[in-house]
Design a protein around this ligand. Structure first.
Ligand code: PEP
Ligand code: MN
Length: 360
């Protein structure tokens, strides 16, 4: 549930409500909205609900107490109607601008990373990606350069000015990855690694949470809830394809998830057509498709010589192909942006699909 304070509620009234929530053994999360403050009550409420609603409603400065219908609370639009906007160095994610995350699947060497970083930065990328700790299906495949890869990423950030994003696979890597990287990535295989989610919830870095390839949208948002409820509100969602019966593509990019999560949550969402399709020639149309349905950005893998890549050789774009993608996607994004508010393209149009969504 969340407590809606009256317009102009004072510090003492807000503290009074938070104190009562703490006294009940629950946790308050304050959200200062544009008009009024709202305080979410998080924890096991159970049968106490009616009594709690009465107690909180009676406190000074409280306008109303409203249950949150979804199992995810802090990430829900009900609690936090405005879009979350994340700023990291010069990049702004979720403000209607186009976030383009680009770079190699794996950091393989300083030269390979710098060559890619310079080219994607010149072409208009806003975030540099590159894997240092690699989750590989085979234990015999290239596992990444580890900490050396993180150092190269930090050098590439200093060189290009682009914030860098890289995956953290284990709780004991969180501190070192946060030391070098600007955005931490949780990969599809770790979406439900709850101790890792809690740990990245405690660092002062935005986190990009990839959807588990076998996860429902609700499981994905519950995973995001772990991060936010651990203290980190800066979560970016990434739809990277789910496993279906189709085998021509590596996974199936769930484009419906983009407007759906915009409807359900306030967090920005990007699509990753590289891991979704596994095929280089499908990356551009699916990237454009993601932007057309309202994604806040795209993550694509780019390598100077994809055929020589140590991982995901089939799906990485070469530098020219990335420039072509940029030339094609920017006007599509401009057009979609000009339609903002049109329920056909704006996932945040909270009216759409209400009937179906209410079935909870
Ligand atoms: C990646 O982006 O490097 C990656 C491994 O992706 P995913 O977790 O989506 O497979
Ligand atoms: Mn990859």
């Amino acid at each position: 549930m969340f407590v809606v304070m009256v317009v102009g509620a004072g510090e003492a009234e807000i503290l009074g409500v938070k104190g009562q929530i703490l006294a009940e053994g629950l946790t308050p999360f304050e959200h200062a909205g544009s008009e009024r403050t709202v305080i979410a009550v998080v924890g096991e409420i159970g049968a106490r609900k009616p009594v709690l609603i009465d107690r909180l409603s009676a406190l000074p400065g409280v306008e109303s107490v409203t249950p949150i219908s979804r199992p995810f609370k802090l990430t829900s639009r009900e609690f936090h109607p405005e879009d979350t906007v994340i700023r990291v160095l010069d990049a702004v994610i979720g403000d209607g601008s186009l976030t383009m995350m680009a770079g190699p699947c794996s950091v393989e060497s300083r030269d390979q990373l710098f060559e890619t970083a310079d080219a994607v930065a010149a072409a208009g990328a806003t975030v540099l990606r590159g894997g240092a700790f690699k989750p590989r299906t085979s234990p015999y495949a290239f596992q990444g350069l580890g900490v050396q890869g993180l150092r190269f990423l930090a050098e590439a950030r200093d060189r290009t000015g682009l914030p860098v994003i890289t995956e953290v696979m284990e709780p004991n890597q969180v501190d070192i990855v946060a030391e070098y990287a600007d955005i931490l990535q949780i990969g599809t295989r770790n979406m439900q690694n709850y101790s890792l989610l809690r740990d990245v919830g405690r660092v002062a870095r935005p986190v990009m949470l990839k959807r588990g390839y076998g996860a429902t949208v609700e499981e994905w948002l519950m995973a995001a809830e772990y991060i936010v409820s651990s203290g980190n509100p800066n979560v970016i969602l990434c739809e990277r394809g789910i496993r279906t019966f189709e085998t021509y593509t590596r996974n199936t990019l769930d484009l419906a998830a983009v407007p759906l999560v915009h409807h359900l949550t306030h967090l920005p969402v990007v699509v990753d057509p590289s891991h979704a399709t596994g095929k280089r020639w499908l990356v551009k149309p699916l990237a454009i498709g993601g932007v057309a349905v309202g994604a806040d950005g795209v993550m694509v893998e780019v390598h100077p010589r994809p055929d020589e890549a140590l991982s995901d050789a089939e799906q990485q774009l070469d530098l020219d192909q990335f420039r072509e993608l940029m030339a094609a996607i920017v006007p599509v994004h401009e057009h979609v942006r000009s339609l903002h508010g049109d329920p056909l393209v704006s996932g945040a149009a909270l009216g759409i699909g209400g009937g179906g969504l209410a079935k909870h």
